[in-house]
Design a protein around this ligand. Structure first.
Ligand code: TNX
Length: 531
């Protein structure tokens, strides 16, 4: 009796073994992969392709940056130095530029002989490569760990983004981040098919970009940060380096100079920009700032967190010379189409001064060939039809912008602000807008936020990371992961294909990838992380 049950147990074990061994060699069907953002369509066929050290990358057209990205990725993780060729063989990865495909869309077609990524643009090919990357085992996100068994199931993925603007914002003013940290940020958001990085380059606490015609902005205005640390700034060469790295990852840099409020760092550098405002009631300002009440006097540097107390002198010609120089110098080194003029929380600028200021700034942006973006308050001004209002707080402002014919960029603080705490136990971050758990970051739809604002009014979605409480790379990672992937999916995948249960289960597998990449992320209790 005893013996026979032992025997049947052994038999059972053997069967499971055989079964799993046989399953082990069979790659996961494409449709069962945890791809984020979720693609438009995935079809399985019954076969497999193996990437080996003999696989060749075959590229047509000028797609060298994508080829190099793919080569470098496979080399760093597998040690394979894949050769490039011009003719597809029975073991190739083909990158093909083809007409007739959606802007930024791609098709990934895997047969037993080749992987073929076709797209209408190099960006589309890059997104195809990102999908391919997510089809490979999590180990490939580490360094030189896998060199065999890189099997892909055969089948086809067709994909294209819902929105053309899929972005994140990094506030480098409240805390300064080195060029290498910004590049790292770019690298991370590109993996989730985002294509815009908005850099918040100035605020009360720090001016972070060299302006050659106004050098004190950085030497004085860039010399500190929240909490009193040493701050820092990007030279124009540094900025160009960030822009170029962004291009290698198909990320466009959107520079922001916040005006006319949030300008203490400029007022501390050049007193002539200070209007000498009538200081509101005692205690209304975050600290003793008598200089701000004196016309033409430079203010002290500011390292606190409260804002809304500063304004440029909106009636002085020198202010417009300043605004013109700043927009001109930055526009000259910004290949992307946008220039962000801020415009938020200008609490000490009278509305009658604010409106003409925004209108003039908007004109200057246009003069230098860029499209202006402003936080939703700019809708109080008369907007050019090309100007974009970034909805962060007030639906009525966003609606006012749309009623003027402008488009909106969607960044609701209650859903998309990556500096909001996950819950009441989160140590970093703020919670003035909301606590934002992963489900809250995921379960919303851009076209359903404001009555009267629909798909055709929206250019896309952006997730801002404000950094009053965030001062290093690891903190950045913790606040953005996993929520950045939720926002990336909202911007890429149409509503009818998005579903929390599916996202949550796909997300549970990305933790392993982040572990391999050494990323610090929030292990939300809502997700059953596979480790
Ligand atoms: C509001 S969002 C701000 C920022 C702060 C942020 C903190 C916006 C346009 N203004 O100045 O950093 O809240 O969450």
């Amino acid at each position: 009796m005893y013996l026979s049950s032992l025997k049947s147990l052994a038999f059972l074990g053997l069967t499971i073994c055989l079964f799993t061994a046989c399953e082990f060699n069979k790659p996961t069907p494409l449709s069962e992969h945890a791809i984020i953002p979720k693609p438009l369509s995935v079809t399985d066929t019954d076969g497999q392709f193996e990437i080996t050290d003999k696989t060749e990358i075959v590229a047509s057209g000028d797609v060298s940056s994508v080829t190099v990205y793919l080569q470098e990725f496979l080399q760093s993780t597998t040690g394979f130095e894949l050769a490039t060729g011009s003719e597809a063989t029975e073991n190739s990865i083909v990158l093909a530029l083809e007409g007739g495909l959606a802007e930024e869309g791609y098709e990934l077609d895997i047969t037993t002989e080749r992987v073929k990524i076709s797209a209408g643009s190099p960006a589309g090919l890059f997104y195809g490569v990102q999908t391919l990357r997510q089809l490979l085992p999590a180990e490939t996100e580490g360094v030189s760990s896998t060199s065999s068994g890189l099997f892909l199931a055969t089948g086809k993925i067709q994909d294209a983004p819902e929105y053309g603007y899929r972005g994140a914002m990094l506030d480098v003013s409240r805390h300064f981040f080195q060029v290498e940290d910004v590049k790292h940020f770019i690298d991370l958001i590109a993996k989730y098919k985002m294509n815009m990085l908005h850099l918040h380059l100035s605020d009360d606490q720090g001016w972070r970009i060299e302006i050659k015609s106004w050098p004190l902005l950085t030497t004085i205005g860039g010399s500190t940060q929240v909490g009193g640390g040493e701050g820092g700034f990007y030279t124009q060469e540094d900025y160009k380096d960030i822009v170029a790295f962004g291009q290698s990852r198909f990320i466009t840099i959107v520079p922001e100079i916040d005006m006319p409020g949030h300008t203490n760092s400029a007022l501390a550098s050049y007193g002539e920009l200070n209007p000498g405002i009538k200081v509101p009631d005692e205690g209304a300002l975050p600290f003793d700032r008598k200089e701000i009440g004196v016309d033409g006097m430079a203010t002290p540097l500011y390292t606190g967190r409260e804002v809304g107390f500063s304004t440029l002198a909106t009636d002085k010609p020198v202010t417009y010379q300043f605004v013109d120089d700043v927009i001109r110098e930055i526009s000259e080194i910004t290949p992307g189409p946008y220039f962000h003029i801020g415009g938020d929380e200008s609490h000490v600028t009278e509305m009658e001064d604010y409106i003409p200021f925004i209108e003039k700034a908007q004109e200057i942006v246009k003069k230098y060939g860029k499209i202006a973006i402003g936080w939703d308050e700019v809708a109080h001004a008369s907007l050019d039809s090309t100007t974009i209002a970034q909805f962060w707080a007030k639906g009525e402002n966003a609606k006012m912008a749309v009623d003027q014919g402008a488009k909106v960029l969607i960044s609701p603080a209650t859903r998309a602000y990556l500096d909001m705490q996950y819950d009441s136990t989160t140590v970093l971050g703020l919670h003035w807008a909301a606590y934002i758990e992963v489900d809250e970051a995921y379960k919303w739809e851009p076209t359903e936020l404001v009555d009267g604002i629909g798909k055709s009014d929206i250019i896309g979605v952006e997730a801002p990371l404000w950094t009053e409480t965030i001062s290093n790379r690891s903190d950045i990672e913790y606040m953005i992961f996993p929520r950045i992937t939720a926002i990336a999916e909202i911007a890429w995948t149409p509503k009818n294909l998005r579903d929390w249960e599916s996202y949550k289960s796909r997300l549970s597998k990305h933790g392993q990838r982040w572990d391999k990449m050494g990323i610090n992320y929030y292990q939300s209790p809502l997700v059953d992380w596979e480790n």
